[in-house]
Design a protein around this ligand. Structure first.
Ligand code: ADP
Ligand code: MG
Length: 389
């Protein structure tokens, strides 16, 4: 059993589970959302990413059943109790948040692990669709619970692949392995430098406070959906680029190959490829600078990443650009959109002495532009997924 500062909230969740389902849960598991410091749309190109687990989490209270009935309840939203049959899970059939736990159960079954029915209560404070991966927070918590209760013996790397299978094949969102790697393998005080080719990780200290900085998240409230076309079409462009360039993935294209690539690819595909290739390089540079000089020295890399996503990969939107530009104009040392794009959040690495000014300026700029008021909060690297009781 792991002790938690959140103990009263955990017992409350356990009691709520008991009230809803008639008996206590087998346990409560928690998995964090994540913010990506840098390395966007590189994961499915077998490249590099540098996310960290954040101090916002999905908690699931779960109890295995003796039959095949699944009953799902969330403290959030109006979906109410949802029932399913563990023996008849079909990709594409589930609705709302339930596709994430059901997708995990289905993925484990595909792996040959027998998953019986279960009762599950979800409580999450990871903002939805904000680019902080509320979906993988749910999936990571659920797979940790089922792996433990079924004594399936999956390693973190296996759980990463099974939650990817759940999102790709059951939910229908062609996402990579970054989010769940941060959620399952994150560590307090560190960013997770992940090589998506072999899943090797290096924990890189990230202590913004020590450098007199805060990492602000600006949730634009523009909702994105990875199951929609934009993300999938960028993925297709990357596959096309790799095919024409004769490599198995864009990981194998270096900065020095770009000039030749520009003659082989159509203009749009070339810009997509250039984003991925230069972004991989920026991740490596960020890791180097964090290790040698600290967070105060990565600002320009964050800026360059944003420009690349805005101009080459074309996944930003007016709200994200405004959040980034306004933060920079009011004292942030670097800013970029984070997550899959088309909405969600921006991050702004900001000196503590400019924090209030940046917050106020962004809110004012959004108001003047007629955009929805953004939600602005700070994040620090927090622990990865764990069992609470
Ligand atoms: P992201 O993972 O970036 O937050 P997604 O579109 O992948 O965005 O996932 C968001 C979806 O996850 C929501 O539409 C909702 O179905 C589900 N979800 C996440 N957290 C919760 C929650 N606490 N309660 C209910 N549904 C949730
Ligand atoms: Mg998601």
């Amino acid at each position: 059993m792991t002790s938690t500062p959140d103990a009263p909230a955990v017992s409350a969740l356990s009691e709520q589970f008991e009230a809803a389902f008639g008996s206590a849960p087998d346990g409560v598991w928690q998995a964090p959302g994540r913010v990506n410091l840098i390395g966007e749309h590189t994961d499915y190109n077998e490249g590099f990413v540098l996310p960290f687990a954040i101090d916002k989490t999905a908690k699931v209270a779960l109890r295995l059943r003796g039959d095949s009935q699944i009953r799902l309840l969330s403290t959030f939203g109006a979906q109410g109790l949802v029932e399913a049959d563990a023996a008849a899970l079909v990709p594409g059939s589930a609705k709302g948040w339930t596709k994430y736990p059901l997708g995990v159960a289905w993925a484990l079954q595909q792996r040959g692990i027998e998953v019986p029915g279960f009762d599950l209560l979800l409580d999450s404070d990871v903002p939805l669709g904000a680019g902080l991966s509320s979906s993988h927070a749910i999936e990571s918590a659920v797979i940790l619970a089922l792996n433990e209760l079924k004594e399936a013996g999956l390693r973190a790397e296996d759980m990463v692949l099974e939650t990817q299978r759940a999102e790709n094949e059951f939910v229908g969102a062609p996402t990579g392995i970054m989010d769940q790697s941060a959620s399952l393998r994150g560590s307090a005080g560190h960013a997770v430098f992940l090589d998506c080719r072999d899943q090797s990780i290096q924990l890189v200290p990230f202590d913004a406070e020590d450098a007199g900085l805060v990492l602000l998240v600006i949730d634009t409230k523009v909702s994105h959906s990875h199951a929609d076309g934009g993300y999938a079409s960028r993925r297709e462009s990357c596959e096309l680029g790799a095919e024409v360039l004769g490599v198995s993935s864009l990981r194998d294209v270096g900065i020095g190959d770009l000039e030749e690539a520009s003659g082989l690819l159509d203009e749009t595909t070339f810009r997509r490829v250039r984003h991925v290739v230069t972004e991989n390089d920026r991740v490596l540079q960020t890791v180097e600078r964090l290790t040698s000089d600290g967070p105060g020295h990565i600002g320009l890399l964050l800026d360059a990443s944003h420009a690349s996503m805005r101009d080459d990969f074309e996944i930003s939107c007016p709200e994200l650009d405004l959040a980034v530009d306004t933060s920079r104009a009011h004292g942030a040392i670097g800013a970029r959109m984070t997550g899959g794009g088309f909405g969600g959040s921006a991050i702004a690495l900001t000196p503590v002495r400019h924090e209030q000014e940046v917050r106020d300026a962004v809110v004012r700029a959004f108001e003047a532009a007629g955009f929805t008021t953004p939600d602005i909060f700070t994040v620090v690297p927090a622990a990865g997924a764990t069992r609470l009781i």
